[in-house]
Design a protein around this ligand. Structure first.
Ligand code: SAM
Length: 261
């Protein structure tokens, strides 16, 4: 057995969809779709950032004829996303791209990023960089929609995230260890991913990946956004249309580009 230390979302890409099998991306896409229609007069083009294996984009395409470019920093996640593409679904383009270095020469009606991806940004400066990079691909009045998780969520979720174990259909076992440092607001997830022999017991190879995300309070995120030129259209509590507050576990922000940039 060999131990291999990988960077984020390399080997995890092989088990990601199993890890997420309880996540209802259809419901999440319905929520994002309503937000787009509520806050934009005629959304047609969508750029997804940190799309992972593309589940949100595929679900959005089921709802409407959106023209979607879905991007992620991880080559492995994008490869998985492309593999899920069937013949009827050529309407989504996939591209490897770091959302801190956006290099696309056109604008979109909506830029969206879900599922804690922004929490990978570990400082206010990085979030600022994200906000200014996204403005490169938004026209006046276009929307930026993203969610982030809060320290309350990290404290609450540790119990069920820590020691989580699962198996994929194609011979992998994974174990997640999860911890949270409340002083630094840093949530660490360490994954052990084992490639199993046909007997489903013998470990052929073992991989490890460690992920660190920063939890932000609502006020911290508002302070960062208020330094940018974005207008805040709305802030929602989880998947509800209730306004987020300091008790919220996950917050979805809807920002709008100013009329003139
Ligand atoms: C928790 S996953 C969410 C994936 C997807 N949005 C979903 O809902 O399943 C976080 C994703 O963020 C991506 N990511 C992290 N930092 C990134 C960056 N700087 N630029 C682009 N993608 C990034 C990772 O590669 C990973 O696919």
């Amino acid at each position: 057995m060999t131990n291999t230390q990988g960077s984020e979302y390399t080997k995890l890409a092989d088990v990601y969809d199993t890890l997420m099998e309880d996540v209802d991306y259809g419901l999440w896409a319905d929520f994002i779709d309503v937000l787009m229609l509520q806050h934009h007069p005629d959304p047609q083009t969508v750029l997804e950032l940190a799309c992972g294996t593309g589940s949100l984009s595929y679900a959005l395409r089921q709802i409407d004829d959106y023209r979607i470019l879905a991007t992620d920093k991880s080559h492995e996640m994008i490869a998985k996303a492309r593999k899920k593409k069937d013949k009827s679904n050529n309407a989504i383009q996939f591209q490897v791209m770091d959302f801190l270095d956006i290099n696309i020469n056109r604008t979109f009606d909506v830029v969206v990023s879900i599922f804690d991806s922004i929490n990978y940004l570990q400082s206010a400066d990085e979030v600022q960089q994200f906000l200014s990079q996204t403005q490169k691909v938004l026209a006046p009045n276009s929307l930026l929609i993203f969610d982030f998780t809060t320290p309350k969520n990290s404290v609450k979720s540790i119990d069920y995230l820590d020691d989580e174990e699962g198996y994929t259909d194609d011979g992998y076992r994974f174990i997640r260890e999860s911890s949270y440092n409340p002083d630094k607001q840093i949530h660490t997830n360490s994954f052990k991913i084992e490639e199993l022999a046909d007997d489903q017991e013998t470990v052929i190879q073992q991989y490890r990946e460690t992920h660190q995300q920063r939890a932000y309070t609502l006020q911290q995120m508002l302070d960062i956004i208020n330094e940018s030129t974005y207008n805040i259209r709305a802030k929602y509590d989880g998947f509800d249309f209730e306004e987020a507050d300091e008790q919220s576990l996950r917050i979805t922000m809807v920002l709008q580009c100013p009329n003139t940039q």
